[in-house]
Write a protein that binds this ligand. Structure first.
Ligand code: AMP
Ligand code: ZN
Ligand code: FE
Ligand code: FE
Length: 279
C-alpha cells in the first residue's frame, strides 16, 4: 500500500474542534505517514502537534491557511514548510488576531440588532484562545438553541452576504504568497473549486504560486482532472487534504482524501530549490 498524507487539517488553535493531540492520535490510528496542520492565521497548533508526535512515527509538517482576496473574491493560500517562528509571519498573525476580535464584537452587535442576544465573552469562550471566527459564533448560537444546527447559523446569519456577515481584513494573494516565501515556505492555492477561482490561477503563477490543491472534499472528479491539467501546464505542485475541522457537515474527515506521500516530497523539493536560489 502506498504511503498517504493529509496536508490540510485544522485544530482548535483556529476553528477546528479537535486538539492537536487528538489530530495526531487519529492520523496515527489511520496509519498516515505525514500530516500538515494548516490553521487559519495561527501556527501554535502545529507546534503542539509536532511536539506530541515525536517518536510516534508520523511526520508533522508546519503549515498555515491565509485568507486573501482580490476584487472582493476570496482566495485561500496555504503555506507549507514555513519557519513557524518567522518574525514577519508572527506579526501578521498577531495583527489578524486583533482584527478578528474586533470583527467578532461587530457580529455580536449585528445579532443584537436582530434581537438575538449573546455575549462576546461566550464567543471568546468558544474560541478558547484561538483567533475568533464565524464558526465560534455559530457554535454559541447552536449551543444556546438559537438555531437548529451549526449549518443553519451560517445559512441564516453568517454566510457571505448574510445579515451578520462582517468582512474580514485580508491580504492580497500576492502578499500572502510573499509572506509565505519570506517565512521559508511553499505557497499553494487552497480548494480552487470551493471558492470558484479558476480564472485567477495564471495570474497567481506570475506572482510566485508554487502549487495547487487538487485533492479536496469539495472537488468533483472533473475538477480534479481540470486542476491536474492546469498544474501540469503551469508547472505547479499538486497537493491536497481533507480540510478536516472535526465538525460534521461540510467538512472532511482526517485521511478522507488519499493523498500520496510524493506530494509532500514535491513540496520539500520546491522548498530546497527556493533556498538554493535565495542564498
Ligand atoms: P471566518 O474565517 O471567521 O470568516 O470563518 C471561515 C470559516 O467558516 C471557514 O473556514 C469555514 O470553516 C466556515 N464556513 C464558512 N462558510 C460556511 C458555511 N456556509 N457553512 C458552514 N461553515 C462555513
Ligand atoms: Zn476553517
Ligand atoms: Fe479554506
Ligand atoms: Fe481550511
Amino acid at each position: 500500500m502506498p504511503d498517504f498524507v493529509d496536508l490540510h487539517i485544522h485544530t482548535n488553535h483556529s476553528d477546528g474542534r479537535q486538539s492537536p493531540r487528538e489530530v495526531v492520535d487519529r492520523a496515527c490510528q489511520l496509519g498516515l505517514k505525514a500530516i500538515a496542520i494548516t490553521d487559519h492565521d495561527s501556527v501554535s497548533g502545529y507546534t503542539e502537534a509536532a511536539r506530541y508526535a515525536r517518536g510516534k512515527g508520523i511526520e508533522v509538517v508546519p503549515g498555515i491557511e491565509l485568507s486573501s482576496a482580490q476584487a472582493d473574491e476570496d482566495i485561500h493560500i496555504l503555506g507549507y514548510l514555513i519557519r513557524p517562528g518567522n518574525k514577519k509571519l508572527a506579526e501578521t498573525v498577531k495583527r489578524f488576531r486583533r482584527i478578528r476580535a474586533e470583527r467578532g464584537k461587530k457580529m455580536v452587535k449585528r445579532l443584537a440588532r436582530l434581537g438575538i442576544r449573546i455575549d462576546y465573552e461566550e464567543v471568546l469562550a468558544a474560541a478558547a484562545g484561538a483567533p475568533v471566527g464565524r464558526p465560534h459564533v455559530a457554535e454559541v448560537l447552536t449551543a444556546r438553541g438559537m438555531v437548529r444546527s451549526y449549518n443553519q447559523a451560517f445559512d441564516k446569519y453568517l454566510a457571505l452576504n448574510g445579515p451578520v456577515y462582517v468582512p474580514k481584513a485580508k491580504l492580497l494573494p500576492s502578499q500572502a504568497i510573499d509572506l509565505i516565501h519570506r517565512a521559508g515556505g511553499v505557497a499553494v492555492m487552497a480548494h480552487p473549486m470551493l471558492t470558484d477561482r479558476d480564472k485567477v490561477i495564471p495570474e497567481l503563477v506570475t506572482v510566485g504560486l508554487d502549487g495547487l490543491e487538487i485533492y479536496h472534499p469539495s472537488h468533483t472528479r472533473a475538477a480534479r482532472k481540470r486542476y491536474r491539467q492546469m498544474a501540469r501546464r503551469y508547472e505547479l505542485i499538486c497537493t491536497g487534504g481533507s480540510d478536516a475541522h472535526g465538525r460534521n457537515g461540510r467538512y472532511g474527515e482526517i485521511g478522507e482524501e488519499h493523498v500520496p506521500y510524493s506530494c509532500l516530497e514535491q513540496l520539500k523539493a520546491c522548498r530546497a530549490r527556493r533556498k538554493q536560489t535565495s542564498t
